[in-house]
Design a protein around this ligand. Structure first.
Ligand SMILES: [Cu+2]
Length: 126
């Protein structure tokens, strides 16, 4: 057992928005970058359990890849263009679809654009 080997591993959990099994596959595929050893998304809790080699990849890169796939990560929302690419039945920001899956509030609040979300107290669209 090599000394210091453990410190190369980061284990963490991040919140990723999504609805169904298709979302799960999409999120996990996006998170499985070289250096990632575990990416396991829970459909009920929306928690993505990650284990990755922090000398090979950063959490920011993983988050960016999940955003690229169209999914919102807590504090890192996908852009509208990225979100637009995901399948119609996976529109996890849609209030009706969320309700039909028994989900509460989305990470991205209705009527709030990506830019506004990051503006913190910026103007809201009506
Ligand atoms: Cu889905």
């Amino acid at each position: 057992m090599a000394l210091g080997a453990q410190s190369k591993f980061t284990e963490t959990t991040i919140e990723v928005d999504g609805l169904c099994g298709m979302c799960e596959e999409r999120i996990e595929n996006a998170a499985y970058l070289p250096g990632v050893k575990k990416a396991d998304w829970d459909r009920e809790t929306h928690q993505l359990a990650l284990a990755f080699r922090n000398d090979k990849i950063t959490q920011e890169e993983i988050v960016a890849s999940i955003n690229e796939a169209g999914h919102d990560v807590k504090d890192h929302l996908a852009t509208d263009e990225q979100y637009a690419n995901i399948h119609g039945c996976c529109r996890y920001r849609d209030a009706d679809l969320r309700a039909s899956h028994g989900l509460g509030d989305p990470l991205c609040k209705p009527g709030e654009t990506h830019e506004e979300h990051h503006a913190h107290g910026g103007k809201h669209k009506h």
